[in-house]
Design a protein around this ligand. Sequence first.
Ligand code: SF4
Length: 429
Amino acid sequence: MFCYQCEQTAGGTGCTVGGVCGKNPDIQSLQDILLFGLKGIAAYAYHARELGARNEEVDAFMHEALFKTVTNVSFDIDQYIAEVLKCGEMNLKIMETLDKAHTDRFGNPIPTEVDTGTRKGPGIIVTGHDLLDLYELLKQTEGTGVNVYTHSEMLPAHAYPGLKKFKHLVGNYGGAWQEQKKEFSQFGGAILATTNCVLIPPQNTYLDRLFTVGITGVPGSQHIEKRDFSALIKRAKSLPPLSEATGKKIMTGFHHTAVLGIADKIIGLVKSGKIKHFFLIGGCDGAKPGRNYYTELAERVPKDSVILTLACGKYRFNKLDFGAIDGIPRLIDIGQCNNAYSAIQIAVALAGAFKCSVNELPLSMVLSWFEQKAVAILLTLLSLGVKGIRVGPTPPAFITPNVFKVLQDKFDLKLITTPEKDLADILKK
Ligand code: SF4
């Protein structure tokens, strides 16, 4: 067997441990989970650091945990399980650091209605997750006549006072990342990619309008240094103006500070039986089949339920009309994936109000995973002892059946089945 860690044949001449690591797929699996979780933490730590915030404890953990993935460093499965849970704990800390950095810089989000159409005139669409890039672009485009649109995970930006104050931040265009080739072709303006999830190869229909900044890079596109967006603005002005198109209005910005501001009302509705259940349906979207599950689930949840959502998985259903329960919207968009921190604050506050644990709340979490940040968030929820989470649409290939079984036994982690079956199971409790 080939050991991909030391890149030798396990037990071969270069192997110092008789092939133990190469023959232990569970250790490899746990090391992979750790690596994926660390990548997620790194993304949040990067954003926080760009905003001038860092967390020494998280930095130290990253060194320790990365070291823990070195070949032949430990063969103790329990130690690795503890380490992946610690990874979740550290991810919570870095999401908190990032949340504070965002709110210190841009203020606490205010629930905001966002237009999904286009305005007449030149435009730039911004994809990715980096609010600081967007802020700098908004400053540099102010008064130029260029409108700025958010794409996908940038949607929650519209709710931050420090960003929404810019009148030329006019709307959110398109859906989740996997649609971007089609959407960027259709969007006539210039495009700025700030982070993942940017797709390659870009189509020729928009390559000459595509710019990257910071961590991103796409061959053939222009990379912007030091957030000097003048070339991007010039390009936007050189393109034919976008036409006026009416779009549906969607809501975003239900940061925990906003939700906790109406907590008394929500608690009253739960006590009076008008709200019977909360669903957290969110996570990363993806292109593979099976993700209609999340749309169908959101459509099928009983009318006396409230859906909390976050990350780009919400584009599966956030343009549907869910209505409201006595003025409380039935679909509450908490924000980007890093705003899982807010979702946790909301759950903890509800548990406090009802004097129970998060696991005893009428709250069910059904998550979609795709990339590394979603793995880090799942580890966070597990590290908090949250049980009964459903994940899908498929099990991560790097989790071996043994490791999945440990997670099932310890945390009642489940894979999604069908919306009908899962709903019946959730609601019978
Ligand atoms: S939520 Fe996940 S899949 Fe969606 S854009 Fe963000 S990182 Fe990518």
